[in-house]
Design a binder for this molecule. Structure first.
Ligand code: FAS
Ligand code: PHB
Length: 389
């Protein structure tokens, strides 16, 4: 088959790009390795920057988000039984939207299907051919049947474990990585959130995060060992540990319940350069990963999509390759700032093996400075709500 843009990966990056291109009359085909139900079964991000909200509006997919999402004007940071609030709106005039990535993805699937968008599920053996030519192709199989897409561009939106990044030759590609010596154990429970805003907790026993999806669906995380398995953690053990890591007044009002999802995510910082090779452009987790501490994973995927969408529009509407030629440098400039914030916030909030007493004092000093200094709070807020595209 023939299309203008072949998109590998039917996660939020690929779907958002496909829907935005559709709105501008640019054709695309999405090929996804898993089934739609499998993709929608992943529980991941929960906080959307205004940039992503605006892209969903531009894509015509924002109605349910505005109806069911929650505007948050701030978040809480605790250390021991101390707790203070960062007021995003006071410092930046901008809030964040609390609306699960699962729902973003569901809305995007619904929009693509309503528009008759072509999405191929359960594909295998995806190979990108001629990425460094002006007539790339993508081959793959579905149920053993070989298929081929002829296109102008390939968008590699296939996440950290996809094939796109590795299509860029080893002597062209440069990778930067930091693996954190801990993971996050996450629980979803049909219980009211402990607080109406998120609580990021630094405790002597490790990091914890209290988040939510709606008034009766809460999302909690605790830092855990990389040696842990989900089976090691009963619900009771999880709740007891979470209570030990958040301020007592919060722990006393925590409503617990059975987990409906429980998973462990490893944490890493990772960036691939360049994000473009010929007619192949990488978007989202295919190009970069952040520790979820700063809620930047999905949101940085969104800014990649913004840059690539506008570059492709410029190509098809004006015949200009300026946007495509500048895509990698433009996207990476913002990616590295998101990497920095996510690394910094993770370094302040987690317990690291082998931390010295001095290191711990530095964490508390960082938090006390953030608590007491307006400029520090403004910098934190500007990064959390999302730096400009
Ligand atoms: P995705 O990985 O979401 O999507 C890529 C898609 O490509 C997948 O559907 C995959 O099946 C498909 N694919 C892979 N290889 C393919 C191939 N060869 N052919 C075809 N399709 C292929 N971010 C936050 O902000 N907060 C969080 O709390 C948070 N938690 C996370 C927990 C986990 C376990 C993980 C892995 C990530 C988490 N993230 C979080 C980051 C996450 O939200 C990503 O940033 C976001 O999913 C990025 O979206 P995509 O770039 O679309 O990549
Ligand atoms: C979530 O709700 O899943 C969430 C929120 C904020 C983060 C990470 C995860 O920083």
């Amino acid at each position: 088959m023939r299309t203008q843009v072949a998109i590998i990966g039917g996660g939020p990056s690929g779907l958002l790009l496909s829907q935005l291109l559709h709105v501008r009359g640019i054709n695309s085909v999405v090929v996804e390795r898993k089934t739609k139900d499998y993709v929608l079964g992943r529980i991941r991000a929960g906080v959307l920057e205004q940039g992503l909200v605006a892209l969903m509006e531009e894509a015509g997919c924002a109605n349910r988000m505005h109806a069911e999402g929650f505007i948050h004007n701030g978040a809480l940071i605790s250390y021991g039984d101390e707790m203070f609030r960062i007021d995003f709106s006071e410092h930046t005039g901008t809030p964040v939207m609390v609306y699960g990535q699962t729902e973003v993805t569901r809305d995007l699937y619904a929009a693509r299907e309503a528009a008759g968008g072509r999405i191929e599920f359960s594909v295998e053996d995806v190979v990108i051919h001629g990425a460094d030519s002006d007539a790339p192709q993508v081959t793959y199989t579905v149920d053993g049947e070989a298929r081929r897409i002829e296109c102008d561009f390939v968008a590699g939106c296939d996440g950290f474990h996809g094939v796109s990044r590795k299509t860029i030759p080893d002597d062209v590609r440069r990778e930067y990585e930091k693996v954190y010596p801990f993971g996050w154990l996450g629980v979803l429970s049909e219980t009211p959130p402990v607080n109406h805003e998120l609580i990021y907790a630094n405790s002597a026993r490790g990091f914890a995060l209290c988040s939510m999806r709606n008034e009766n669906l809460s999302r909690y995380y605790i830092q855990c060992s990389l040696d842990d398995c989900v089976e090691d953690w009963t619900d009771d053990a999880f709740w007891a540990e979470l209570k030990r890591r958040i301020p007592k007044d919060q722990a006393d009002k925590l409503i617990t319940g059975p987990s409906i999802e429980k998973s462990i995510a490893p944490l890493r910082s990772f960036v691939t350069e360049p994000m473009r090779w010929g007619r192949l452009c990488l978007c989202g987790d295919a190009a970069h990963i952040v520790p979820p501490t700063g809620a930047k994973g999905l949101n940085t995927a969104a800014s990649d999509v913004h840059y690539l969408y506008n570059a492709l529009r410029d190509f098809y509407e004006n015949g200009s390759e300026v946007g495509i030629d500048g895509y990698s440098a433009t996207a990476l400039a913002r990616v590295w700032k998101a990497e920095r914030f996510s690394w910094w916030f993770s370094s302040v909030m987690h317990r690291y093996p082998g931390q010295s007493d001095f290191d711990l004092k530095m964490q508390i000093a960082e938090l006390e400075f953030l608590r007491s200094n307006k400029a520090a709070q403004t910098a934190m807020a500007e990064n959390y709500v999302g730096l400009p595209y």
